[in-house]
Design a protein. Structure first.
Length: 532
């Protein structure tokens, strides 16, 4: 039986998906929560939030992600970074997953990826779990209810956690699989309940499609000045570097917290919601995000809670450090209603430096910006991926290598061209360690980071006195109102200056070794920036 609102010409049967028991199309939040409770998928929390655990998988599984190798994408995929899957193996995987689904209940959401109608894609998400449907309903953008009557998807995602892949038969690595087939416009996800795989699958799609149209796809948050979308800022960074926290500035309008495009008309959010980390979240430091954890329909993922009061424990990471909450953008009072902004006036590249070497902020030339964008240096934060239990230094090109189907230069060249055309000012911001490396130093004070960003975004930092960093050649302010001068010079925060010099040399060498792979593909000015 079928329930809910759907295009009568685009039911699952029209996509070759048959033999299911009940299919629920485009249910809204109350019905999805009722279904999830009936299926014992989670617990109703305070304020009507929905509390879930995701079992074995509490983070993404990037090594189990595959792109089907077909002639149409053969020459445009970055195969060194994206594992290939044979087309025949994908067909077997698809057939076996459909057979496994027969007799089950499934939930369908027909949604949109992208706030710019000219560059959006329509996505159908089919999930075995009702709460996954609730999650993706928050994360993507919702068409008007009447538009569902004529909705036809550009791409379809099937997410079936109870399905286990056969590595030998299906050409994958383990029983867990995320497989993208651009020719068949289909994504299959099996054997993981981690909801983030759904949204990152759509991000990967857009990261492939949009650059082919001359549009920059960005793993970034974005905001703009009140009543002034022209004054837009974007914040590149991997999970845990502060994209959500720093873009949720109450004095600015939030465009989005994770995934955006930059077209000829300006910036646009891919999503309709936020997926915020909640570890150590406090009402004092981040009141708006904290408040969403007790709002109706917010999905609370992998958080410990009191079984009597249902109070959440924001410090208990016994399930995972990657505890999260997913909620619609309109739960943030200063969120943009259109999710559109202008061309970025400021570009901030966030890094979490576990070496304690990088300054809290530095101004980059366009060539230096491309160098640091291609380098994508940060530290993986505990919990974001399975097996990461403490910060690990890493280079993730474009600040999002796991989601980049094309070669890094495709994104780097787009960014360089758009910076040149629109005159954006670029900054590198370190939210990592100061006064020593991880284990010795301490995290950069959030108050200082906010003060520096405020100065960058209001333009006052452009007039600050600057020094040239001896390690990387970028400009670093020597005095900013409200920030201790010593904090601006990392070496001065270390008790052992010789140890700082050794750490600096080690980090510079790591940068050089990593960047060697891009040298054949870049211009001379970027090569010069690499030298410092």
């Amino acid at each position: 039986m079928t329930f809910g609102r759907v295009n009568p010409q685009f039911k699952l049967e029209d996509q070759g998906i048959e033999g299911l028991d009940n299919v629920y199309y485009n249910l809204m939040e109350p019905a999805l929560i009722q279904a999830a409770l009936k299926g014992e998928e989670g617990t109703l929390g305070k304020g009507g939030s929905f509390l879930v655990t995701t079992g074995t998988y509490t983070g993404r599984s990037p090594k189990d992600k595959f792109i089907v190798r077909t002639p149409s994408v053969e020459d445009s995929i970055w195969w060194e970074n994206n594992a290939p899957m044979d087309a025949d193996a994908f067909d077997r995987l698809h057939a076996d997953m459909l057979e496994h689904m027969k007799g089950g209940n499934y939930y369908v959401q027909d949604l949109v990826g992208g706030a710019d109608p000219a560059n959006a894609i329509d996505v159908r998400v089919i999930t075995e779990l009702a709460w996954h449907n609730l999650f993706i309903r928050h994360m993507l953008r919702r068409p008007d209810r009447e538009d569902l009557d004529s909705f036809v998807a550009d791409f379809t995602i099937i997410n079936c956690p109870s399905f286990k892949a056969d590595p030998e038969k299906h050409g994958c690595r383990t029983e867990t699989v995320i497989a993208l087939n651009f020719d068949k416009k289909l994504i299959l996800i099996g054997n993981t309940e981690y909801a983030g795989e759904n949204k990152k699958a759509v991000f990967t799609l857009l990261n492939y499609i949009l650059p082919g149209k001359g549009i920059m796809a960005m793993h970034c948050s974005a905001n703009h000045a009140p009543n002034n979308p022209v004054d837009t800022a974007v914040f590149f960074g991997l999970s845990g570097t502060g994209k959500t926290t720093l873009s949720a500035d109450p004095e600015r309008v939030l465009i989005g917290d994770d995934e955006h495009g930059w077209s000829d008309r300006g910036t646009f959010n891919f999503e309709g919601g936020c997926y915020a980390k909640t570890i150590n979240l406090s009402a004092d430091a981040e009141p708006e995000i904290y408040a969403t954890t007790e709002k109706f329909g917010t999905v609370i993922e992998n958080m410990v809670f009191d079984p009597e009061t249902f109070d959440l424990d924001f410090e208990d990471d016994s399930l995972t450090a990657n505890m999260r909450c997913a909620y619609p953008l309109n739960y943030i009072s200063n969120a943009s209603k259109t999710a559109l902004g202008g061309h970025p006036k400021n570009i901030i590249m966030l890094t979490c430096d576990a070496f304690g070497v990088l300054p809290p902020i530095a101004r980059l030339t366009p060539a230096q910006a491309m160098y640091h964008f291609l380098s994508g240096f940060t530290s993986k934060v505990a919990g974001t991926e399975r097996g990461v239990t403490e910060p690990e230094p890493t280079f993730s090109t474009c600040f999002g290598a796991p989601f980049m189907p094309r070669r890094p230069e495709a994104y780097g060249n787009l960014l360089r061209d758009k910076i040149a055309k629109h005159g954006a000012t670029c900054w590198l911001v370190n939210t990592g360690w100061t006064g020593g490396a991880y284990g010795t130093g301490s995290r950069m004070p959030i108050k200082a980071t906010r003060a520096l960003l405020h100065a960058a975004l209001n333009g006052s930092l452009n007039n600050a006195p600057m020094r040239k960093d001896p390690n990387f050649g970028f400009e670093v302010p020597t005095h900013v109102e409200g920030v201790p001068d010593m904090l601006l010079d990392p070496k001065k925060t270390w008790d052992d200056k010789a140890a700082y010099d050794a750490q600096s040399a080690k980090l510079v060498a790591m940068f050089a070794e990593n960047f060697a792979q891009y040298v054949p593909y870049i211009d001379e000015d970027v090569k010069a920036a690499a030298i410092g």
